[in-house]
Unconditional design. Structure first.
Length: 169
């Protein structure tokens, strides 16, 4: 009887240690955000083709675009990502009726993907909410090569996946 009890306790301890080891340890918030963004792609990815915004896009100033009657604050990042907004790949209604702006756009490292596919995460601000929401999205440009710069990639790309993630606290 004691032997069975010791075996059961040993198995429970082994399982607890195995589960403890499988929980990732992050050096910083950025690593944690990248991990969860990749998890969304791993668990929920379904390739689709989203249409670009079909109405008139007006660049109001350096960091605001108008899509129909909706205004959207865009980041003051490098010119390479501006075509995401000025060409209508990303626009407010993709993120919900109360989306007011976007920021912290970064490309996620997926070295196994072909050069025709790039994946990103971003923070979307919503009217009436203090904290932004993380979104992940994928762009596909079938003509892209390893030498294609980001701006050219975006200008020839289409949105093939977008999904809401977590809230930034």
């Amino acid at each position: 009887m004691k032997t069975y009890f010791l075996i059961a306790i040993s198995l429970i301890c082994i399982k607890a240690n195995a589960q403890k080891d499988s929980i990732p340890v992050f050096k910083n918030q950025g690593e944690q955000e990248d991990f969860w963004a990749k998890e969304i792609f791993r668990k929920e990815y379904k390739k689709e083709n989203y249409k670009r915004f079909s109405g008139q896009i007006i660049t109001v100033n350096a960091n605001t675009c108008q899509y129909g009657y909706l205004y959207f604050s865009i980041p003051e990042q490098a010119d390479s990502i501006k075509p995401l907004f000025t060409s209508g790949i990303l626009y407010p209604s993709l993120f919900g009726a109360n989306a007011s702006g976007i920021g912290n756009i970064k490309e996620l490292p997926f070295p196994e993907l072909p050069p025709a596919i790039k994946r990103f995460s971003c923070w979307v601000n919503r009217q009436g909410f203090a904290n932004p929401v993380v979104y992940v999205f994928e762009l596909t440009n079938e003509q892209a090569t390893k030498q294609t710069d980001l701006k050219s990639f975006i200008m020839g790309a289409s949105l093939t996946f977008i999904k809401q993630g977590t809230i930034i606290i």
